[in-house]
Write a protein that binds this ligand. Structure first.
Ligand code: 5GP
Ligand code: MG
Ligand code: MG
Length: 172
């Protein structure tokens, strides 16, 4: 059986997401905010975070995947913008589970430019600061974590563990 060691408990996540929602609420007063979740890992964060943003805003989804099957190292990155709503002139907050190398959010950011959003920023729950390979950094993040493969709160390993209400380290 795979073992999961708790790294960030449920309560701690919930406090941090509440705080993040407050910051976004302050920063986006008077803006045309669209929260753009990156499927699939951001799904839990997006739904929790939206309810902590006390501003009218729209929701959109894009899909990105770089992890295949049982691999814990990234493979080829594919991005699907088929579900993207009209973002022209809007202030986009890209929301993802984790900023690891930064490749995913940088690539989505670049691809969004063709749709002429007014601004694009990013928010993530987790930031693996040691692994960054791109120049960009997340505009908002809740926790810095060490370079370990984590699961839970939306993050999976081979399609498992997304439902865990905490962030844990998978000990294979
Ligand atoms: P990046 O493009 O920043 O290297 O990777 C971002 C994506 O890789 C995340 O959206 C996530 O899907 C996946 N990823 C990176 N690190 C982890 C990890 O520790 N655990 C899991 N489950 N996914 C990860
Ligand atoms: Mg992802
Ligand atoms: Mg994944």
């Amino acid at each position: 059986m795979d073992q999961v060691r708790v790294l960030i408990p449920q309560e701690t996540i919930s406090d941090a997401v509440q705080q993040l929602g407050r910051r976004i609420t302050e920063d986006y007063q008077g803006h045309n905010l669209t929260v753009l979740g990156v499927l699939t890992g951001s799904i839990v964060l997006v739904t929790d975070l939206m309810r902590q943003i006390a501003l009218p805003h729209q929701l959109g989804l894009v899909q990105a995947s770089s992890y295949r099957g049982t691999a814990t190292t990234p493979g080829e990155l594919t991005i699907n913008l088929d579900f993207l709503p009209d973002i022209r002139g809007r202030d986009i907050l890209l929301v993802d589970d984790i900023f690891d190398t930064g490749r995913t959010l940088s690539a989505i950011h670049a691809q969004l430019q063709q749709f002429q959003p007014r601004t694009v920023r990013s928010a993530v729950l987790l930031w693996k600061t040691a692994r960054r390979t791109v120049e960009a950094t997340p505009d908002y993040y809740c926790f810095e974590i060490p370079d370990e493969f984590v699961v839970g709160y939306g993050l999976d390993y081979n399609h498992q563990f997304r439902h865990l209400p905490y962030i844990g380290v998978l000990e294979l």
